[in-house]
Design a protein around this ligand. Structure first.
Ligand SMILES: O=P(O)(O)OC[C@H]1O[C@H](O)[C@H](O)[C@@H](O)[C@@H]1O
Length: 581
């Protein structure tokens, strides 16, 4: 069916409501807009759906949310024995329509006889992951578009272990959704009927309390926080998102009473009106927090992204400046701190394992090796870290200690299967306090680690290439590099190449190849003669080509210089390549 006929269908069918039709009527002269809204269905990929809100098949709206949920309901009915009774937990963030879409999803499930547990207000994504396990539900849904701009929303699906569905399972769910070729097949009932049939239950503070307790149970050095927590001045911003429902409560409860919230960013503002982008990877997101920190002379600033699964920290240096840490630096500090405290108090399991993604720093592997602790690499995406935790649970010789990724995602403990900015914020505060009591900062500790293990420095460059043309350029660029593997990158010899799409690792010096034991993924990784590393992959959540640069040198100066030169030279190389298509 052409986009125009789909558009007309929506305009004429009785199924769609008046405001949807009015919105569509208003674009009747704008063919490009009609095409964009109707040329396809919004993709339900392995991470669920994410896109702009609005009327149309290629948009997030109550109809596309209902349809996806009907597919999920069919999947639950077909693939689980008692999924209807176990039910599905639904959470949502502070975005426009998030609460409405969450209710729509609940009503479709209820109409299919599936019990639903709906949070009565916005909550962090990791709390949903916890709640699925806590309530022994068969799955979960989160309505969120993380840090995307205000006009976006998203729909993420979780399964019974509390982890986001991985590709094999997502394929079956997608197949169920694609089977639905008519919106009229989608079942729904009224909220009153769902409640009367006991198929819709609102979650109360019991789950919040259990979640907070689960975090307290996995945090180290709580005695220190309880006794001395007030010595650390903390500023926190939820960047207008769900973190405000959990982070202040936890920090205060464990002893960080010298705590200031960035009030202007404490409400769930769907416009994220005080920030350019509510992404803690973006330094500008810290503007208001920095002002408050300077005024209060705070030791530490913590920020969580709008669905509170990613956390970033900014720390005060010895000279009183504020310095942001990237995800790799925080991951390294957590690795060192957890292994060190675990060893000191004899609680470090010899079977402990740390899980990180292939694009996250190798420095953590060096530290883990010094403690004889295994480190496992998985593909980009916390769902793969979650999957490992569930695997470890079934093996008695593996105990999950920490999962982290360079994009600011961290988890300790087995209470959830997704990255948790709430626990990460508390862990960071405890770690910072513990160093403060030793008269140093986390940056001093990082410097000690770099002196011991090598000066690892990493950076990410993203090239935004939008639309169909952009997508094609991204694929062509990676394919070209794959077909004609470069022997030199930025003037350095390539010694090893990992092609995760072909599951092959090529040792170019020994001229041998071996198999990579990870699911296939469109990623290329080049190791250069001087230990520098480059990884290139298309983003799975945004129209971007992502390039991860890593170097390891003797000291800061050499590392900074090497990284800058490496980046500049390769970016020129890759931009030339992109422009040739
Ligand atoms: O790099 P992308 O595919 O856009 O994904 C961005 C991020 O999305 C999620 O948060 C995943 O858990 C991360 O592993 C990933 O880094």
């Amino acid at each position: 069916m052409s986009y125009m006929s789909r558009y007309r269908d929506w305009l004429l069918s009785d199924y769609f409501d008046e405001s949807t039709k009015a919105e569509l009527e208003a674009i009747k002269e704008n063919e490009a807009e009609i095409e964009d809204r109707f040329y396809k269905n919004l993709d339900f990929g392995t991470g669920g759906m994410r896109g702009k809100m609005g009327a149309g098949t290629n948009r997030i709206n109550k109809y596309t949310v209902r349809k996806a949920t009907q597919g999920l309901a069919n999947y639950i009915i077909n693939y689980s024995d008692n999924g209807r009774q176990r039910g599905v937990v639904i959470a949502y963030d502070s975005r426009h329509n998030s609460a409405e879409f969450a209710l729509e999803a609940a009503l479709v499930l209820a109409a299919n006889g599936i019990k639903t547990f709906l949070f009565s207000e916005m909550r962090p994504t990791p709390e949903l992951s916890f709640a699925v396990r806590h309530l022994n539900a068969v799955g979960g849904i989160v309505i969120t578009a993380s840090h995307n701009p205000p006009e976006y929303n998203g729909y993420k699906v979780y399964w019974q272990d509390g982890g986001q569905v991985v590709p094999a399972q997502a394929r079956d769910i997608i197949a169920e959704i694609e089977e639905i070729d008519d919106f009229a097949i989608v079942k729904t009932i009224s909220k009153e009927a769902a409640q009367a049939d006991r198929l819709l239950k609102y979650l109360d503070q019991e789950v919040d309390a259990a979640y907070q307790q689960a975090l307290i149970d996995v945090l180290p050095q709580l005695d220190l926080a309880a006794e001395q927590g007030k010595k650390l001045k903390v500023v926190y911003t939820p960047l207008h998102g769900t973190g405000s429902t959990a982070v202040p409560q936890l920090l205060k409860k464990i002893g960080f009473t010298n705590f200031k919230l960035v009030k202007a960013q404490a409400d769930g503002d769907p416009e994220f009106s005080t920030v350019e982008s509510p992404n803690p990877e973006d330094r500008s997101a810290f503007k208001l927090a920095l002002e408050l920190a300077e005024q209060e002379q705070a030791d530490l600033i913590l920020a969580t992204d709008p669905d509170a699964d990613r956390m970033a920290a900014v720390v005060k240096t010895a000279s009183g400046e504020y310095q942001a840490l990237n995800g790799n630096e925080t991951g390294v500090l957590f690795t060192d701190y957890l292994l060190n405290t675990g060893q000191k108090n004899n609680s470090l399991a010899a079977t402990g394992v740390i899980v990180k993604t292939i694009v996250s720093t190798e420095m953590a592997a060096q530290i883990a090796a010094a403690y004889n602790i295994e480190i496992v690499d998985v593909l980009t995406g916390f769902k793969y870290i979650g999957e490992k935790i569930t695997e470890f649970e079934k093996e008695d010789n593996k105990k999950f200690l920490l999962g982290f990724e360079e994009s600011l995602g961290y988890l300790i403990g087995e209470y959830a299967r997704d990255k948790d900015a709430v626990v990460a914020a508390a862990l960071f505060a405890i770690m910072a306090l513990s160093y403060q009591l030793q008269n140093k900062t986390v940056l001093d500790r990082l410097a000690e680690l770099r002196a011991e293990y090598g000066y690892y420095l990493e950076d990410l460059e993203s090239l935004r290439l939008e639309g169909k043309e952009g997508q094609e350029k991204i694929s062509k660029t990676i394919n070209k590099l794959r077909e004609e593997l470069p022997t030199k990158i930025a003037g350095r010899k390539v010694v090893n190449v990992k092609d995760y799409q072909q599951s092959k690792e090529f040792d170019l010096t020994a001229d041998t190849e071996k198999e990579i034991k990870l699911p296939k993924s469109n990623v290329l990784q080049f190791l250069l003669a001087d230990q520098a590393k480059l990884t290139i992959r298309p983003s799975g959540t945004e129209p971007k080509l992502k390039l991860y640069f890593a170097v390891c040198e003797e000291d800061e100066e050499q590392a900074e210089e090497k990284l800058a030169q490496f980046k500049a030279e390769f970016m020129e190389q890759v931009e030339k390549l992109i422009n040739s298509f």
